[in-house]
Design a protein around this ligand. Structure first.
Ligand SMILES: Cc1cc2nc3c(=O)[nH]c(=O)nc-3n(C[C@H](O)[C@H](O)[C@H](O)COP(=O)(O)OP(=O)(O)OC[C@H]3O[C@@H](n4cnc5c(N)ncnc54)[C@H](O)[C@@H]3O)c2cc1C
Length: 501
């Protein structure tokens, strides 16, 4: 990838001048309808789903196609102006947080499903296509798009790719990365590049793997080729009530140890059940300290056996009530409580932080106890609702911003939870990404050399650090810097045979 025809990123007054030149260029090339400069309208884009971080973008470009994206990125590259891609703005880690002296390139007008190739189980879509829209379009042919974030009715497939998003059913079907076979990318130099296609597993380096989950730091995705998954013949959904999260965690481990991979195993604790009951009256078992929602799907003959195993392990681990959804209406009611849980905590707390961390599944009971101890120590309430099957926690840290110091205490608890995840062999994010929010935690998980190696990849795509800068990495690496302890120029560089970039 070349970095020719690009400028060093200016700062201060020069940055404002550079943005002015990009604005003039793009207003001329794309027209006033697609280029937003009015401050009131710019404010619409000042944050994503993590609303505590806000920056009014310097300029917003509403792209209609890949050429518009390339025009906007190309202008940024020529003038050294940073840019940020935005899908639907539902991200929970501040990934689409704009730059005050930069350009926000918005994908919401790129929403065409270009091709449905059911025979080959592929679809080709614009990046702004809403996740659920693809499933709705392919269901009549017997297919769907498997990654199912809870935000699937509003989030974009481009955003799913950038975050490697998951959802309740990723336990069996995998994350977005398992469902993308090709991408078109506009590189940070403004070039169009095609990576992969409909065929699986092309030879060479796995650039697709590097791009999925790169949070907009390697360029802007302008087209996505995805795998379509066959709708299962049979689905069975179980709701099981337990006295404690320990029991529900033990049942989860027992089900998976028995060789059953349910499509989903979701857990809610007492506080999140209370919130969901208040919000949507889901009628979960009274007095439950935890519930599991377990779904098994597939060929009818297999599902019957798996359902029996799930019930057996729930009961053996203390489930005092189990219900099997009799039809789609009952299934929807069981899922309603789980799916409403994030918003429902608004019924029991004026403010809350949604945390996202991962732990090995078998560590669930001990980590949930450690979280409870941490919360009690700091006088903060934490509701737990999460993808238990793959150990992806979503603790909701509750607080009242009107109370002095409450937000800070909640932040401390949210950070402490990530430290518990790392200490228990897990990770600081399962599916919401690092973005602006968690960059500061990266050094707790990775050494300086690890971070340098990751940034060497970024530098290969984006030597001028203009593609979503300031996200993922706590300290940006200048791409001319040498990582690690090596001192002096590399011998190949001294010999004029290679360049460090
Ligand atoms: C209520 C709620 C529930 C949620 N539940 C889940 C869940 O279950 N699982 C889950 O994984 N997430 C969940 N999320 C988080 C969020 O919906 C996902 O991360 C989603 O994939 C973001 O998509 P988006 O279109 O809103 O992206 P945005 O928020 O607009 O952007 C997210 C990141 O992607 C980059 N980006 C966007 N489009 C492109 C592109 N075309 N090319 C390159 N980079 C791009 C942005 O720069 C940014 O870094 C939830 C969010 C909410 C509000």
């Amino acid at each position: 990838m070349t970095s020719t025809d690009t400028a060093a990123v200016p700062t201060g007054r020069a940055a404002a001048d550079a943005l002015g030149r990009v604005t003039a260029e793009l207003s001329g090339a794309l027209g006033a309808e697609q280029v937003i400069t009015d401050r009131q309208r710019l404010r619409t884009y000042e944050c994503d789903g993590l609303a505590q971080y806000k920056v009014v973008p310097g300029l917003v470009v509403l792209a209609r196609d890949a050429d518009d994206v390339a025009a906007a990125v190309g202008a940024c590259a020529r003038h050294g102006v940073p840019f940020v891609a935005r899908g639907s703005g539902t991200g929970l880690s501040g990934g689409a947080l704009p730059q005050a002296e930069g350009v926000l390139i918005v994908m919401s007008q790129m929403r065409q499903i270009r091709e449905i190739d059911a025979a080959n189980q592929r679809a080709v879509v614009d990046p702004g296509v809403i996740n659920l829209a693809l499933t709705r379009e392919t269901t009549p042919d017997g297919y769907y798009f498997a990654p199912d974030p809870s935000s699937q009715s509003v989030c974009s497939i481009g955003g799913n790719v950038a975050e490697n998003s998951g959802g309740a059913h990723c336990l069996k079907y995998g994350f977005t990365t398992n469902h993308v076979t090709g991408l078109d990318l506009v590189t940070p130099a403004g070039e169009h590049v095609e990576i992969g296609g409909k065929a699986p597993d092309p030879p060479g380096y796995d650039l697709l793997g590097a791009l999925v989950g790169s949070e907009g730091t390697l360029g802007i995705v302008t087209e996505v080729t995805v795998r379509l998954t066959r709708l299962p013949q049979e689905v069975q959904t179980v709701l099981a009530g337990f006295r404690s999260t320990d029991d529900a965690g033990a049942a989860t481990s027992a089900i998976i140890a028995a060789g059953v991979i349910p499509a989903a195993i979701e857990m809610m604790d007492a506080l999140s059940i209370e919130a969901a009951e208040k919000a949507v009256a889901c009628g979960y078992p009274a007095g439950a300290g935890a519930v599991l929602v377990v779904e098994v799907d597939g060929a009818a003959a297999d599902v019957a056996g798996e359902l029996a195993e799930v019930l057996r392990h729930c009961e053996a681990n203390g489930a005092f009530e189990t219900r099997i959804a009799a039809d789609d209406v009952e299934r929807a009611l069981i899922w309603k409580g789980r799916k409403s849980a994030f918003a429902a905590v608004g019924r029991i707390s004026p403010d809350y932080i949604v945390q996202d961390g991962v732990i090995p599944r078998t560590a669930l009971p001990q980590v949930l106890r450690q979280i409870a101890d941490l919360a009690a120590e700091r006088g903060v309430r934490v509701a737990n609702v999460f993808h238990a099957g793959d150990g992806n926690l979503h603790p909701l840290v509750l607080f009242d911003d009107a109370e002095e110091g409450a937000a800070e205490r909640a932040e401390e608890v949210a950070g402490g939870i990530l430290e518990l995840c790392i200490a228990n062999g897990g990770s600081i994010t399962g599916e919401h990404g690092v973005g602006s929010d968690k960059a500061r935690y990266m050094p707790k998980m990775f050494t300086e050399e690890d971070l340098d190696t990751m940034q060497a990849v970024r530098c290969a795509f984006d030597p001028d650090n203009i593609s979503n800068p300031g996200k993922v990495f706590p300290t940006p690496r200048l791409c001319g810097e040498r990582p690690g302890r090596r001192q002096g120029a590399h011998p190949l560089q001294e010999a004029g045979l290679a360049e460090v970039f």
